[in-house]
Design a binder for this molecule. Structure first.
Ligand code: PLP
Length: 417
């Protein structure tokens, strides 16, 4: 199962003192299944890192990428350069967006968040309001590990020890009143943008309270602050729609995306930028240049992967399945609340759920999370450890039979506490 030895590979978010001699090498994937270096098969109950939405090993995406690599692997998109896949994907995403918009490409979610944060500030400065630089985010939110995203993060441990950070304010993720107070206290004329995940993912899978996101959008509209929906997890079918905001009737000023846009076949992210925000940069002879963007923005092969992935999501009904299956997944795990070790099972909005452990579980086993993750792994199911429990977000092709396997592996894990 694990390969032992002293690795040169420094893993992200890893206890390298342990991982240096014990890595789980994944070698092959097919639909909801992956195999390790010893041939053991696992159910990928997390779609890798919340991204393998169409499942693993789809030849349609491999073929589209190979075709593009054979023609042109990539070319700069700075200045007036473009490639056909970048143009086509931007136009496709703009058409799918819930508001009239343009699309700025990045190479991942964190870069998309930093792009949206910088663009928010640059937008206000272009409009003659350079003091609007304050960014507001929510507790338990996760917005990646780049500079702005680190400062926006609502998981305290992820911010500690990195020195001075960009000015942000965090508000409790479930209180509109707290958000209203924070804007009033800072002064609306100081607030550039409010960042919110439609369903909080890595911070613990917290679906929004009824009316919360709609209220947040209304508050932003009233105070002028830009509303940035961070849909890096929630997009491309995870909540049953393209950008995870449609079911709440939201039309954000910006939407960050990544992960499911290619289902991870190649790295790609971006920001859907509403016409409101794009306008000052797109119109007029004195329009400022956005001096921002990465070498691989609009990478041709990555955009080809995105186009092929979007076709699969649409043609195979996987996009809608993200919502159609949400109750089945939640319902399959809900009985785990019968265990004393479980405080709560959260889910029911999108194909994602979390099992939070109880105080008594941690009292008995401070390493409860790691134990359950490893026991589920032994049982052939890969789940993701969080601070206080475990998250699951299987590929959208998964169904009730797979949800039952997740339940059984979790039950097995919990019984090991
Ligand atoms: N935003 C959200 C909501 C995320 O869940 C993530 C990653 O999990 C990110 C941003 C960062 O994306 P990346 O890891 O691709 O930089």
């Amino acid at each position: 199962m694990t390969v032992t030895g002293d690795t040169s590979f420094w893993h992200p978010f890893a206890d390298m003192s342990a991982v240096r001699s014990s890595e789980l090498v994944i070698e092959r994937g097919e639909d909801v299944w992956v195999w390790d270096a010893h041939g053991k098969r696992y159910l990928d109950a997390t779609a890798s890192l919340w991204y393998a939405n169409v499942g693993h090993g789809r030849p349609e995406i491999a073929a589209a990428v190979a075709e593009q690599l054979g023609r042109l692997e990539a070319y700069s998109a700075f200045g007036d350069f473009a490639s056909r896949p970048a143009l086509e994907l931007a136009s496709t995403l703009a058409d799918l967006a819930p508001m009239p918009a343009r699309v700025f490409f990045t190479t991942g979610g964190g870069e998309s968040v930093d792009t949206a944060a910088k663009l928010a500030c640059r937008y206000w400065s272009a409009l003659g309001e350079p003091d609007r630089t304050l960014l507001i985010s929510r507790t338990a939110g996760y917005h990646g590990t780049n500079g702005f995203g680190t400062a926006l993060g609502g998981i305290p441990a992820n911010r500690e020890g990195f020195g001075p950070q960009v000015e942000t304010v965090q508000v409790p993720h479930d209180s509109l009143e707290a958000l209203e107070d924070a804007i009033a206290q800072a002064g609306p004329e100081r607030v550039a943008a409010v960042f919110a995940e439609p369903v909080i993912g890595a911070g613990g899978v917290y679906p929004p309270l009824p009316g919360y996101l709609e209220g947040l959008a209304a508050l932003c509209e009233r105070t002028g602050a830009l509303f940035v929906a961070d849909s890096v997890i929630c997009g491309f079918g995870r909540l049953g729609s393209w950008f995870g905001v449609e079911r709440f009737g939201l039309k954000p000023d910006m939407i960050t995306f990544a992960k499911g846009v290619t289902s991870g076949y190649l790295p790609l992210g971006g920001v859907v930028v509403s016409d409101r925000v794009a306008e000052p940069f797109w119109n007029g002879p004195d329009a400022p240049i956005l001096r921002h963007g990465a070498t691989y923005a609009g990478h041709a092969a990555c955009c080809a992967a995105g186009l092929a992935n979007i076709a699969l999501l649409e043609n195979e009904g996987l996009l809608r399945r993200g919502q159609e299956q949400e109750e089945a997944l939640h319902g399959a795990l809900k009985p785990l609340e019968g265990s004393e070790a479980v405080a709560e099972v959260r889910g029911g909005v999108g194909t994602m759920a979390a099992v939070e452990f109880s105080e008594s579980a941690f009292e008995q086993r401070p390493d409860a999370v790691g134990r359950v993750v490893m026991a589920a792994r032994e049982h052939g199911v890969l789940v993701r450890g969080l601070g206080r429990g475990v998250a699951v977000s299987p590929p959208l092709s998964a169904g009730p039979e797979h949800f039952a396997l997740i339940h059984d592996a979790m039950a097995e894990g919990l019984s090991s506490l």
